[in-house]
Design a protein around this ligand. Structure first.
Ligand SMILES: Nc1ncnc2c1ncn2[C@@H]1O[C@H](COP(=O)(O)OP(=O)(O)OP(=O)(O)O)[C@@H](O)[C@H]1O
Ligand SMILES: Cc1ncc(COP(=O)(O)O)c(N)n1
Length: 533
């Protein structure tokens, strides 16, 4: 993948963003520089444009040696640069050309000489697809900037019909609770994919990133619909986590590698536990504590809202504290407590929770087994019934009787793990695996501030602060304490691992809702894919 664009030494836009996006989308990144730009998250200070002959030399150096699958262009800057790139494209026509017609930066600086605008409009006609923002689309069509998505799609349709080139209409510059990317062809919109709008100033370089990732996915053989869905969901996660990078004090960049890091962690052969944690046996609770890194006094570790019941559960709580702290600090839980969580994300979460509870109930029922003490059997069996009742109630009220959503990959892997632990492993392992769903929910409920009755999620939060729920959490912790104490050292080691894995699954379960995990093509897309392929 070759990106032809300007630079950003602060790494958020231009060739730096393109490289990060190409790598994230699964491509090999190459760059030819059109302009060297002194800029940061606050804006552009100076632009140095090397002679166009030098740009041409860079392009030739690549194509003389390397087979280029796709090209993405961003800031071209000047008329001579546009001419040099055009001449190179004539001699080396790529099968995919994505043109991001960069004219003005987010910070309002011109990145294209005014006298080169007409040439840029003409240049766009060479593309497979162009990705203008709202003002750039207006310039392409010579119309005032659109104020609604409908208007933008109309403008794009007119231009696509004239040029025969597809347009991705982006609504980042409009208002509204969602941001939609729509693929428009000469006959109008073909498909669109939306994500919730993230309230953030970390949007520097989103346009560059979208175009570079889209070009890479197309080059990898994705259909246009699949490429756009992949790019939009990946970028959504990158935008949503950009602020955590804490890069610069202006309009910060997005976190291009957030998705890769998450998948890397989830895909590790021994997910989320380091090698030392894989001990074959645990003779004492102290041994479990020794495996946990020494307490970091600077790290805020939440105390348990429901206390441990003895040495084993105390050690489990301490061992799981990294996940517990990460849950309390994750964007989903913070937004839920603050009441700022987008409705769409909450509904996604609820729908998955309902699917989760159906399988969780079966895992709990499996703990009603001969090898469990009589009191524990009654408790788990009762909890299984309650989980089913809550699921039914959720469907009736919070989900308004809607048909259950399909299970997301995250929900499936968590529940597959719970079912395997409860049905196929010794009793203590199953009991430890189901514990985080009790214990960490009581924690999440207790972490919420006292909420006003008009808090949008007051009802949900109240469920987990309910004294009856806390009572059952206390009982669950007690039964796991007893099970660990009675188990053999090797079963204890497995049980501790199961508890820690379940804690990590809990974090993934919460976080998936802000990514709006794709669980199959959106209805709008189903027909569009057929049209596009
Ligand atoms: N606040 C946001 N929340 C979620 N996604 C966003 C947000 N802002 C931008 N995006 C994503 O980034 C894409 C490009 O954003 P936008 O429409 O602002 O383009 P742009 O103006 O070319 O970007 P740039 O800021 O690089 O100039 C959007 O289509 C969307 O997928
Ligand atoms: C080299 C270069 N290319 C493109 C942009 C636009 O990105 P943004 O509008 O997010 O500043 C930029 N700032 N710098």
């Amino acid at each position: 993948m070759l990106s032809i664009a300007g630079t950003d030494p602060s790494g958020g836009a231009g060739t730096a963003a393109d490289m990060k996006s190409i790598i994230a989308a699964g491509g090999y990144a190459m760059t030819a520089v059109t302009a060297i730009v002194a800029q940061n998250t606050h804006g552009v200070r100076e632009i140095h444009s090397p002679p166009a002959s030098f740009l041409a030399a860079q392009l030739r150096a690549v194509s003389d040696d390397v087979e280029v699958d796709a090209v993405k262009t961003g800031m071209l800057g000047t008329l001579p640069a546009i001419e040099a790139v055009s001449a190179w494209l004539d001699a080396n026509p790529p099968s995919i050309l994505v043109v991001d017609p960069v004219m003005v930066s987010t910070s309002g600086h011109r990145l294209l000489a005014p006298e080169a605008e007409a040439a840029m409009v003409e240049f766009c006609r060479r593309a497979t697809v162009v990705t203008p923002n709202i003002p750039e689309l207006a310039r392409l069509c010579d119309r005032p900037p659109a104020t609604t998505r409908r208007q933008a799609v109309e403008q794009a349709t007119v231009w696509a019909r004239q040029s025969g080139v597809a347009v991705v209409v982006k609504t980042g510059h409009l208002t509204g609770s969602s941001v939609t990317n729509t693929w428009v062809g000469p006959d109008g919109p073909l498909f669109s994919t939306a994500g919730s709008r993230v309230e953030t100033t970390n949007t520097h370089g989103t346009g560059c990133s979208l175009a570079a990732a889209l070009a890479t996915r197309l080059a990898r053989g994705d259909s246009p619909a699949a490429a756009l869905v992949w790019t939009t969901t990946w970028l959504h996660e990158a935008v949503a986590h950009g602020h955590r990078l804490a890069v610069g004090s202006g309009n910060g960049p997005v976190d291009h590698s957030r998705r890769s890091r998450r998948l890397q962690a989830a895909g590790a052969a021994d997910p989320w536990l380091d090698a030392e944690s894989a001990v074959p046996a645990l003779e004492s609770a102290e041994e479990l504590l020794r495996m946990v890194p020494a307490e970091d006094p600077a790290a805020a570790t939440p105390g348990a809202a429901v206390p441990p019941a003895g040495p084993w559960t105390r050690a489990l709580w301490r061992a799981g504290r990294a996940s517990t702290a990460a849950i309390a600090d994750c964007d989903f839980v913070r937004a839920l407590h603050a009441g700022s969580l987008p409705r769409e994300a909450f509904e996604f979460y609820l729908a998955q929770d309902a699917r989760y509870l159906g399988r969780y109930s079966r895992a709990l029922a499996a703990l009603d087994t001969d090898s469990a003490p009589a009191g524990a059997r009654t408790f788990w069996a009762g909890s299984a019934r309650r989980a089913l009742a809550v699921e039914a109630e959720m469907h009736r009220t919070l989900l308004g009787g809607r048909v259950a959503a399909s299970m997301s990959p995250v929900t499936r892997s968590y529940t597959d793990f719970l079912l395997a632990a409860s049905f196929a492993e010794p009793y203590a392992v199953g009991a430890a695996a189901v514990l985080p769903c009790f214990w960490l929910y009581a924690q999440t409920g207790s972490g919420a501030p006292e909420v006003a009755t008009d808090h949008p999620y007051a009802e949900w939060l109240a469920t987990y602060r309910d004294p009856a729920f806390r009572g059952s959490v206390r009982e669950a912790v007690g039964h796991v304490e007893d099970a660990m104490a009675a188990a053999t050292p090797s079963v204890r080691a497995e049980a501790a691992r199961a508890y820690l894995l379940a804690c990590r699954h809990e974090l993934e379960f919460f976080e998936q809702a802000l990514r709006l995990e794709q669980v199959g093509p959106a209805p709008e897309l189903t027909t569009a894919i057929a049209v596009a392929s």
